[in-house]
Design a protein around this ligand. Structure first.
Ligand SMILES: [Zn+2]
Ligand SMILES: [Zn+2]
Length: 228
């Protein structure tokens, strides 16, 4: 969000910390206490799969990962505030962290597009936005790489991934499709999501993009969550 709109928004909806809900200055994304309590895990996650407990033994279609945080405590609150649809700060906060990692550690790659994991129209209407898109647009802005949100779609499904059993989860994942036949020959892509747990959603997206000719795919997610 640009400075002017952030300032104006604050007049009507005073800015709050996404992690503890305290009021914060209009130009801040998070309060300083929560910021200092978030422990970066990037050094500890696998560079390829993005998980602390490596899942590289599975067939993965993405090539590398930038995942700065663990889904717990303050981070969990931040992600939930983004999912509740009333505070986008955490999306911007995570996007900035991810962009820094990409420019520091993956500078040998040239990326052509930032692709958010799609959300069904139904869920988007409910929330007002796709949280992966908030993260994606922040990465896009910082790294000057365009967002391509017209490659993948998600058809409406029963309910959100969280409450589903294994069969329904599979159905939910296969609801993600290519929007059109695509030719992505040699295009390197930053694939963006909020939280990765099993990695199956992002892997489905990566598989579709690779099948359309995509080159390297970097998974960019705000946080990784332990498998239960
Ligand atoms: Zn806070
Ligand atoms: Zn791994």
């Amino acid at each position: 969000m640009n400075t002017v709109s952030r300032f104006l928004t604050d007049l009507f909806f005073p800015n709050r910390c996404p992690c503890c809900d305290d009021f914060i200055r209009w130009d801040k994304l998070i309060c300083s206490r929560c910021h200092s309590e978030i422990v970066p895990v990037y050094e500890r996650v696998c560079r390829k799969c993005g998980k602390e407990i490596c899942i590289c033994a599975e067939e993965l279609y993405y090539d590398m990962a930038a995942v700065p945080m663990r889904y717990e405590n303050r981070v969990r609150e931040g992600v939930l505030s983004l999912k509740r649809g009333n505070n986008k700060n955490f999306g911007e906060y995570s996007g900035k962290m991810i962009a820094n990692i990409i420019s520091e550690d993956f500078s040998e790659y040239h990326f052509d597009s930032v692709v958010p994991v799609p959300m069904s129209e139904q869920s988007r209407r409910k929330r007002g936005y796709n949280q992966a898109e908030i993260i994606a647009s922040e990465i896009s802005e910082k790294l000057r790489i365009p967002v391509a949100d017209n490659l993948l779609v998600k058809q409406d499904t029963v309910s959100s991934q969280h409450y589903l059993n294994r069969t329904d989860r599979m159905k939910n994942i296969s609801a993600i499709k290519l929007k059109h036949r695509l030719n992505l020959a040699g295009r390197n892509i930053i694939l963006c999501d909020d939280v990765i747990t099993t990695g199956s959603t992002v892997n489905r997206c990566a598989q579709l993009l690779k099948a359309s000719g995509a080159g390297k795919i970097l998974l960019a997610a705000a946080a990784e969550s332990k498998l239960k």
